[in-house]
Ligand binder design. Structure first.
Ligand code: MG
Length: 381
């Protein structure tokens, strides 16, 4: 991490709660997303007028609520930032961690916005602030999660046509036969696709012990989080039982969870998300600790717009240990319109790491305001 952050005062701190329309329904093990995804957009302004953006992308059944993210930023984190100098980056991040418990999505938005602002002022990409780039592209995985599989069949063909080589099948939200029949369809109709499976905690212990070994026979790259986040015992039992790697997502947010996961041998890999760790550098550190313990790491995400995707891209670009690709598909394949001023960069099934200053692409403020339900300025008025 670069130590020399710009010596300039942060004078603007604006927050918006946006509801961004989506094109289809997504069923995951623990919940459903339909209609819109709700995200919080943070804009920091330096005294010379330069801006930096970050996004908090909570999911109520997983990390928390958008209202909590908004309040964490608007009420509790704002006083730690406005009037501070950007060269106090590390101290600001540390104070924000202490000022509000949980709310990791709000802290991720703060970190991304500070780094975007610093990168724009220094005219370097965020990945350089994170220690340098180890890859120019990141393989993209797109999730298959529509309860209407006929709709997903069309998406599968579109993905193949676009050169996307990895899909993640969301399972455990309907019944086991539905999961098996979709796997059979994908294996026989799209043998070119690599398959990952994610239950999003959808099974109880008995269901998991019966159903997951069955799914493992399809030899997916990995099977993710079949049971509840706190059911480490069943995770460990499944890991022993399977000859397919088991990934922990909801079970591992941050260092404490990771240490317990390592001690109890619950997984072969972890899904790293800035919305779980509460920051980009923190995500890097969690991935590195996982690698030390022999675990692989995957670039996960929440229901995000391209703005949060970009922050994840810079983290993965700068973190060799996150080697299983990413799932930043929503901006292209799920949202009806994105918040970014330019399309989120995907080509031939790979995310292209931006080389421009900061996060590389700014949001279109017209889009942010169009989808904003309310913002900090209206609340202050
Ligand atoms: Mg997951």
């Amino acid at each position: 991490m670069v130590e020399a952050f710009p010596d300039i005062e942060i004078c603007g701190f604006d927050v918006w709660h946006c509801a961004v329309p989506v094109s289809s329904r997504r069923d995951h093990g623990i919940g459903v997303v339909t209609g819109t995804v709700e995200v919080i957009v943070l804009r920091l302004t330096a005294e010379d007028g330069t801006v930096g953006f970050g996004e908090a992308s909570p999911w109520t059944v997983f990390t928390g609520t958008p209202e909590a993210s908004f309040a964490a930023l608007d009420r509790y984190i704002r006083p730690l930032v406005v009037g501070q100098n950007l060269d106090q980056y590390f101290s600001i991040i540390e104070q924000a961690r202490k000022a509000v418990v949980h709310c990791t999505e709000a802290k991720a938005a703060l970190d991304a916005a500070l780094l975007d602002l610093a990168g724009r002022l220094l005219e370097i990409p965020v990945w350089e602030l994170l220690g340098g780039k180890c890859r120019d592209t990141i393989p993209l995985s797109c999730s298959i999660a529509d309860p209407d599989f006929e709709t997903d069949k069309k998406l599968l063909q579109r993905l193949v046509d676009d050169g996307v080589g990895i899909i993640k099948l969301k399972t455990g939200f309907k019944d086991h036969d539905f999961d098996v029949s979709r796997l059979e369809y994908i294996r026989s109709n799209h043998p070119e696709l690599a398959i990952r499976v994610d239950y999003n905690q959808g099974l109880d212990r008995d269901q998991a012990l019966q159903q997951v070994p069955d799914i493992a026979q399809f030899k997916p790259d990995f099977i993710e989080q079949p049971v509840r986040a706190n059911d480490f015992h069943t995770m460990a039992e499944l890991r022993d039982m399977l000859d397919v790697p088991l990934l922990a997502d909801e079970s591992v947010f941050d260092f404490d969870d990771l240490e317990r996961a390592i001690d109890e041998a619950i997984c072969d890999g972890v899904s790293i998300k800035i919305m779980k760790t509460g920051g980009l550098g923190r995500g890097q550190q969690v991935a590195r600790r996982a690698a030390e313990a022999g675990l692989t790491a995957y670039g996960g995400d929440m229901f995000e717009t391209g703005l949060a995707h970009l922050a994840g891209v810079h983290m993965i670009a700068a973190t060799e240990e996150i080697g299983l690709g990413c799932e930043f598909y929503q901006a292209r394949y799920f949202l009806i319109e994105d918040l970014l001023a330019e399309p989120f960069p995907i080509e031939q099934g790979k995310v292209l790491v931006p080389d421009g200053p900061g996060l590389g692409i700014l949001p279109d403020m017209g889009q942010v305001l169009k989808f904003a339900m309310y913002g900090s300025q209206e609340r202050a008025a």
